[in-house]
Structures are given as C-alpha cells and as structure tokens.
Design a protein around this ligand. Sequence first.
Ligand code: OSB
Ligand code: MG
Length: 368
Amino acid sequence: MRLEQVGLYLVEMPLVAPFVTSFGEERVRRALLVWVRGEGLTGWGECVAGSGPWFSPETVGTARHVIADFALPLLQGKDIAHPQELPGLLRPIRGHPMAKAALEAAVWDLWGKMHNQSLAQLLGSVRDRVPAGVSVGIQKDISTLLNVVGSFVDQGYQRVKLKTKPGWDVEPVRAVREKFPELPLSVDANAAYTPANLAHLKELDKFRLLMIEQPFHYDDLWGHARLARELQTPVCLDESIFSPQRAWEALELGACRIINVKQGRVGGLSAALEIHKLAVERGVPLWCGGMLETGLGRALNVALAALPGFVLPHDISATDRYYREDVAHPPFKLEDGHIRVPQGPGLGVEVDLERVVRFSVACWTYRM
Ligand code: OSB
Ligand code: MG
C-alpha cells in the first residue's frame, strides 16, 4: 500500500466531567487525529499524547512536529507491505512512541478496510466483548467520591480504579472499601510518590486492592522493584513501560507483576503485540489502559483488549462516561459490564467528519 495523502486534525473535545489526577485537571481532551489516504480508502488513528508533557514527555504539539517533519518523510514513496513494517520504517526516530503509534493506527485501519477485515481479526483477538472498568478521578471530598463510585457500580462497571496522590489515598480507599466490600478495586498514583513514602504505601495493603498502578516516577524501575518486594499488593506499571524493551526490563527486575498496556505509550500496535507475546510467555497479566480517547482510539483499544493475554478489566468505559458527542459512531455502550468489540472492517467505527471539523482548532494536510 502507498500513502498518497496524510492529514491531521487537532480537536478539543469537552469532557462530560473534569478528570483530576495527581498531575492536574482536564476539562477538555485535546487530541490529534490522523488520517491516511491510499488505495482509494481512508484510515484513521488517534494520537494519545496530551496537551502538556505531564503524563509523558510527548504532547499533541511534539507529535504533530514529529509526524509532519520526520515520520512522513521516512514513509515518502514507500510501498508498505503490512502495518507491522511501520516500526522498522520509523526506527531512525528516537523516542516519540505516541506520534509513531498514531500513524501506525491509521495504517492498520486502512489495511483492514483494504482487506475487509476487522482490526480484532487482524490482531488475533479471541473475544467479542471485553470487561469494562472505570477510572475515577480525584474528587473534592469523600462523600462525593462514594456517590460517583456508587453510580458507576450501579451501571455495571466490573472494576473501579481510584486516582490517588499524597493526601488523597488511605482515607478515600478505606471509605470505598468499607462501602463496597466485594468491589474489584485498584489505585493509580500517576507517579505521585517517592520511595520515601514506603511506610505510607504499605497501609494500602489492608484494602485487598487488585493492584497499585505507577506509584513512583516513570524513570524509576529500580524503586518499583524494591517496592514490589515490600508490598503484598501487586505493582502495575503504566508510564514506565514506553517500549517492549522496557517491558522486558521491568519484568526481569521484578518492578511489576501486572502491565497496563496502552498501544500509544509503547509505540504502536506492533509494539503492543510484542509485549503481549512476552507477557503470555511469562504468565504476566495484562489489561488495556485508556487515555480518555475518542471513539477512534477506543475502537482500537477494544480490539487489542480482546487478545488472549488481556485478562483483567480494562480502563475502557462507555462513550457517555467521557463525551456527550463523540467523533465516531456508534457510541460504545456498557452491556452487562462489557463493551462489544467492533466487527466492521478496520477500526469498525464510522468517523463523523462534521463533528471532527466542528471540534477541530487546527488541521494540516500533507501530500506524500
Ligand atoms: O494513568 O491511566 C492513566 C487518563 C489520562 C492519562 C492517564 C491515565 C488516564 C486514566 C483514564 O486513568 C483511563 C480512561 O481512558 O478511562
Ligand atoms: Mg495510569
């Protein structure tokens, strides 16, 4: 397949409710949408980089720069035999996994449409629906938190993840655990702690948490390995795992027992498949994380989460938990605590171009 044209839309999607983590508050999700045109068809992808370098060093701005000025020239005039060739073609670019992943995603969608196969089929997915969890941001007080969690439990979410930070951890977790004794529950600190907080983090051991996600700095594999030996609660890594190589290192070091896979964070679907292979060989449980994606990114996450090694509930929630109006149709619905895997060609969702244009604040087109 030859790419003839590539385009980017920078969209600003208002969230139904502000999302607060240890690194800040988000009211609007800025996202870079990518389209690739070739063989008379259009493929779409979504870049998961955020508006600032808080979750990862990448931003929508660095992703646009790297895609336009470095990645597209490397793809110029290339005859791409399979989407899994993308990582090799883009290898000269160091870092920038989210930028690379967005292009690869659009190429997978195009490839699926060319061959009339769903992404789920192409990846080797084995499920037609995946268990949905929900990630609950930091709330203004504990009674608000209990109401928010209660409403998600009533809707049927199978696992609740609480965002934590120093000053919002043991007490909120205790309150949720007391009110929902059997609820599968986890916490995600987004790197808000340091090894000096060890004694405090140990207090979380008494709440029967499924895992503690990314307590320390993203660069600190060694600190996580030491923590993992001290805690009963399994450590799960998110930000730290930005490549298949890092996944291997983390497992070799014993820095985590569970991996949160985000295809964007690890450099694309091919990289996610590599991590999946490694995890299955080693019996390491995986689940699919989220980055408040639009329906485009969510469709891809759902297909990935349907692979056999993804065995825990995901941060894949229904569309109405994020957006009133999404840029893809149909919206993802919670059915009996699950999200259905799209079966149409490629991503299996329909892009709503009117909404893409309405939500966009800038767009760029490149001739290949
Ligand atoms: O750490 O998992 C995270 C959202 C944005 C950035 C980082 C994270 C998250 C979430 C939300 O937890 C997951 C979702 O998309 O539902
Ligand atoms: Mg996380």
